[in-house]
Design a protein around this ligand. Structure first.
Ligand SMILES: [Fe+2]
Ligand SMILES: [Fe+2]
Length: 249
């Protein structure tokens, strides 16, 4: 296909998507806009007359397979995953267990694909039905542990956090309590190893492919037969929301 017909095809696909979307009113969830607007105010509804509310796939997004896998979410819904891939590679190089390699591979999923605030908790909840409890624990608590040094493994407070949050930032009391609970837990070191391999400086010369972790994921992530989002697990609805994020209900 030459460049012009490819361009025409892309434009036609764009206008088909636009026409499709024109039938619908897309209402954003309160959490997307809270802060930019006061969530207590009634939602603004412009030009909603005679239009349908979207209840399925959003034509502006790439369509996901009917039975989506973890890797499909990386490919179709998550932002750039270089940081997680490089962290998983580093963990492998450091000889940690495969469960911790998996934890590194998915630990920041929520930041680039779901909700940023409390990202460790959201990511842990997403994967909890499909992985060993050690993996869930490491992901849940890495967020909190990043704030606290542990010299026994050479982990110090990240300089990047001073830049990002300021010199005076102190984790809130609920995080301090979470840290104290975590320290006493049998999986403390699992979560700590995740922070040790949680790479904050990217190496632009290191290229890591998701497929390098196919076996690790195959061994330690129980992919549901119906596809993530369509099984009946306690977090299926969260995967479904990432797949189809703009449904009215
Ligand atoms: Fe993180
Ligand atoms: Fe990270």
């Amino acid at each position: 296909m030459n460049d012009i017909s490819m361009l025409e095809k892309a434009e036609a696909a764009d206008s088909a998507a636009a026409a499709e979307m024109d039938k619908y009113v897309i209402v954003k969830s309160a959490i997307y806009t809270s802060g930019e607007r006061d969530p207590r105010k009634p939602a603004e509804q412009s030009d909603a007359k005679g239009k349908l509310r979207l209840m399925g796939h959003d034509a502006r997004l790439p369509r996901m397979p009917d039975k989506p896998t973890l890797f499909d979410f990386f490919k179709y819904r998550f932002g750039p995953s270089t940081h997680m891939l490089q962290s998983a590679r580093l963990a492998q190089k450091n000889g940690v267990s495969e469960k911790i390699v998996l934890a590194c591979l998915i630990h920041d999923m929520a930041t680039g694909g779901f909700i940023r605030a409390d990202h460790g908790y959201w990511a842990a909840q997403l994967v909890e039905p499909y992985v060993d409890e050690e993996v869930t624990f490491a992901i849940r608590y890495h967020q909190v542990l990043r704030f606290y040094a542990d010299e026994s493994v050479g982990y110090t407070y990240p300089q990047s956090y001073v830049r990002l949050f300021g010199e005076d930032f102190k984790p809130q009391p609920h995080l301090q309590r979470a840290y104290e609970d975590c320290r006493k837990h049998k999986y403390y070191m699992s979560a700590r190893l995740l922070t040790v391999n949680d790479l904050y400086s990217f190496d632009p010369n290191v290229h890591v492919e998701l497929e390098e972790f196919t076996d690790v994921v195959g061994r330690h992530f129980r992919q549901p037969e119906e596809g993530l989002g369509f099984d009946q697990s306690p977090s299926a609805h969260m995967w479904r929301t990432i797949n189809w994020p703009t449904r009215y209900l």
